[in-house]
Design a protein around this ligand. Sequence first.
Ligand SMILES: Cc1ncc(COP(=O)(O)O)c(C=O)c1O
Length: 354
Amino acid sequence: MNHKRLFIPGPVETRPENLLALATPQVGHRSKEFQELYADVNKKLMKFLHTEQYVFLSTSSSSGVMEGGMRNLVNKKVLATTCGAFSERWYKMGLENGKEADQLAVEWGKAVKPEMIDEKLKTGEYDSVAVVFNETSTGVMNPVKEIAEVVKKYPDVLLMVDAVSAMAGVDIDFDGWGLDLCLAGLQKCFGLPAGLAVFAVSEKALKRAEQVENRGFYFDFLSFKKYHDKNMTASTPAIPHIFALNAQMTDILAEGSARFDRHARMAKLVQDWANKHFEVFAEEGYASNTVTCIKNTRNISVADLNGELAKHQCTISNGYGDLKEKTFRIAHMADTQEWEIRGLLSLIDSILGH
Ligand SMILES: Cc1ncc(COP(=O)(O)O)c(C=O)c1O
């Protein structure tokens, strides 16, 4: 096997037990067995995201649900906050779905701060705000809890959170923080293959959707709700992924808060290593717990480094877009353990002659 162990920010390694769960014999998606499976996984996800509102499953990648957020929750104008390549998609999706949208952009590597959003919301122009929890292109983790505090001051404004590379790596208190949409795909901190997205939605958000026209068909949140009430999905879902997610959620809940502590410790290991040999790209105090973006201060060839790592069945990520070769990224998410990160860093040390 020449499988390379993935230290990239998604897809990540899937444990063999979960790969086997994907191979569970199929059930019909309108069967009682499916309804039981749906109810079981839903209960676990609600507990995990600390919500008594709604958690839906979408057979799509996360981008589909982001587009759904724009289609369902924006009536007046959305404030799309951007701090890197993925958050910029929020803004593009708003415009390309015919919504009025303003961009609140901060420099790549910096975090979006609550007071910046407060300043914009004071104008009364917006009915929704979009943020990325963890900007995968820059390794910045935005202060979503504090941002939510600010948004709460404006009861007519909904908060949409792209938690694609954060959910299951950091604790998210959906109800406690007062989020309205929070989404992620399985291929990052959940440690499962790509193909299914999980998203929590508030009552308030569904009320908004009722007033919005042209929500589309596939990502109509009210349609998700209608089938959810019967423990089903509106269209044929990725049933193998739901079996695997159900198995993985049992393990994630059993690991409890230790999961988030493990992510924090792995992040610290990589950040300390990065600051010793290079520099962390993220603004101080906002470096991500799930992926570290490292400034290539020594002008190494990241492509060559990855070529050498490949000989040892490992791979990391080059920088994203314009940051290619100027940065590189090491993911420390999902079921990855500290010993694996230590091993990877020692391997890089031996390749670079540290
Ligand atoms: C923060 C963030 N948002 C959105 C996406 C898009 O996810 P997908 O390609 O699964 O739709 C990604 C993908 O890496 C991401 O990291």
